[in-house]
Ligand binder design. Sequence first.
Ligand SMILES: Cc1ncc(COP(=O)(O)O)c(C=O)c1O
Length: 373
Amino acid sequence: MARPLVADIDLDALRHNYCLARELAPHSQALAVIKADAYGHGSVACAAALESLPAGVRPPAFAVASIEEAEALREGHIEAPIVLLEGIFEAGELARVEALGLWLAVHSEWQVNALLAHRPARPIPVWLKVDSGMHRLGFTPEEVTDVWKRLTESPECVTAVQLMSHFATADAVDDGYFRQQLACMRELAQRLDVPLCLANSPATLAWPEAHGAWVRPGVMLYGSDPLEVASDATRRLKPVMTLRSEIIAMRDLNIGEAVGYAGRWRAPRPSRIAVVACGYGDGYDRHAVDGTPVLVAGQPASLAGKVSMDMLTVDVTDIAEAGIGTEVVLWGEASNGRVLSVDTVARHCDTISYTLLTGVLPRVPRRYLGLDA
Ligand SMILES: Cc1ncc(COP(=O)(O)O)c(C=O)c1O
């Protein structure tokens, strides 16, 4: 029998979450962000699943971080427009951008110069990135007018210019900084009379005033709730990835006996410990503390002891049916329908769902459900 660890990817849930993003932003077009291999879910399979939605509902475009990610999608027969969120990394990529029919973000002077010097056969749709407060990529609000003019005065090279920016705090309850960024972008959009693309998942979920011409949801498509405080909308998200394994061995421990490396967990009572086929060599976070939730036979249980490379250990003293072969869900939906959110697991690892989802390593097979929709 094969090692029982698998990442089940529920493509119906992905389609559901994308439709929720559209429903929340009914006056915007919704770009589907599928960079980092669709946050670990498999970009070609996810894009194909979203493209199987009816015309008018399916994503008008996808977004990735590099030309290699875009190439993988084209090789997988994904034909919709693809935006490179960071644009090109060197001028030599522009020929590939043209050949693949990509759309480009531009965030730096050298990118604008390279694009205008390249003279493409057909003008390339451009998303002009503004640094409205993230202080990472983009032109300052003072620089934007000049760059926008250069771009729009070169219709043979550039078409459909949009303004894009990224929020630093759209997930937070304190909305002061978010509102500052939004005001900056609205002022620019009004002055230049140009469409806006601002909203990541938290802004798509919580800030209708930030929706603009396009929204740009990523993590919510995969069912993770990015908001500091859950809302009616986030409660409608469905988990897409279930990281599922089985118990491969059982141990009975006396009071005081320790489990695993450094003996971090000691039995406070006579205890039954389940050894599960999943470890940091699969991408399960080694920072998970004792007590990190796990579902065993669809019932809540908790991590006991440090995560090893290929295994982790769970206290199943209170789960009578736990035995070799019993289902263990590290996050996602158990066979009995109970859900353990990846966000909850992330909090126990002092991280965010993004790192857990993108961190599932290639040795974990992805199994796609809902392929025939
Ligand atoms: C430029 C840009 N837009 C949109 C997104 C999607 O963000 P989220 O996954 O929070 O929806 C990201 C993700 O990092 C991004 O870098």
